[in-house]
Design a protein around this ligand. Structure first.
Ligand code: 13P
Length: 250
């Protein structure tokens, strides 16, 4: 049995006061949870969120990190730094970073390996564009993104401690959620692809769905056999909405 996981990706939202109010409300509302819950605020608020979360079962995660251990990388943050401020998870390869910051499959794979080596749990994001879905190349795109890790020993080792989030790019922030059937079908494909290399990992790895998940649609998405929770953007900025989603993940 895989445990469910719900991760809130705040992206570049909130100020310190709003962020503190949000995390406080989530902490109060989530005294106990069947699912694992993780909050991923902007870097500068990680210490504040860590402080508020102390004593709660909710974990801390970052939204990105460098693939390098340290050195002359102005503006970057290492896995060691994220561990220092209490992070357990790190989101890597989000489609916004792939599209806006030029992160290739190869760079994302390096980051996943670096995170895992350092002891962070990577949340690897993959997903196709609308045009790719319309052209019928969803599975080919997902395969490339996965194979960047599955094809090397280091990548396969890193996946042992990773979570994968399937986020169809056309569903992110658009209100156009994938249907439970569409999401389940890609999740099943991801699991099969991993099983070709490592059946035991395929059975155990947590696969999250992300893209316009709300309190009102979480339950039917999470009820799918290969969906083990969600990576939540917009709805993670509203405590009540986020709590409803967490409660839907049993
Ligand atoms: P939305 O939930 O706002 O669609 O964002 C999903 C996402 O990108 C989470 O990483």
């Amino acid at each position: 049995m895989r445990k469910s996981l719900v991760a809130g990706n705040w992206k570049m939202n909130c100020n310190a006061a709003d962020g503190e109010a949000l995390v406080s409300a989530i902490k109060v509302g989530l005294k106990s949870s069947v699912a694992d819950v993780v909050l991923c605020p902007p870097f500068v608020y990680l210490p504040m969120v860590e402080r508020v979360l102390r004593g709660s079962p909710v974990s801390l995660g970052a939204q990105n990190m460098s693939q390098h251990v340290g050195g002359a990388y102005t503006g970057e943050l290492s896995a060691g730094m994220l561990l220092d401020v209490g992070c357990k998870y790190v989101i890597l390869g989000h489609s916004e970073r792939r599209a806006q910051c030029g992160e290739s499959d190869a760079i994302v794979a390096e980051k996943v390996v670096a995170a895992s080596k350092a002891g962070l749990l990577p949340i690897l994001c993959i997903g196709e564009l609308l045009a790719e879905r319309e052209q019928g190349t969803t599975e080919a795109v997902i395969s490339c993104q996965l194979d960047a890790l599955l094809s090397s020993e280091a990548g396969l080792a890193a996946l042992q401690s990773a979570v994968i989030a399937y986020e169809p790019v056309w569903a992110i922030g658009t209100g156009m959620t994938a249907t439970p059937e569409q999401a389940q079908s890609v999740h099943a494909f991801i699991r099969q692809r991993i099983a070709m290399k490592d059946p035991s990992l395929a059975a155990r790895i947590q696969l999250l769905y992300g893209g316009s998940v709300k309190g009102g649609n979480a339950e039917e998405l999470f009820a799918q056999v290969d969906i083990d929770g969600g990576l939540i953007g917009g709805a993670s900025l509203d405590a009540e909405e986020f709590l409803t989603i967490c409660r839907a993940a049993t």
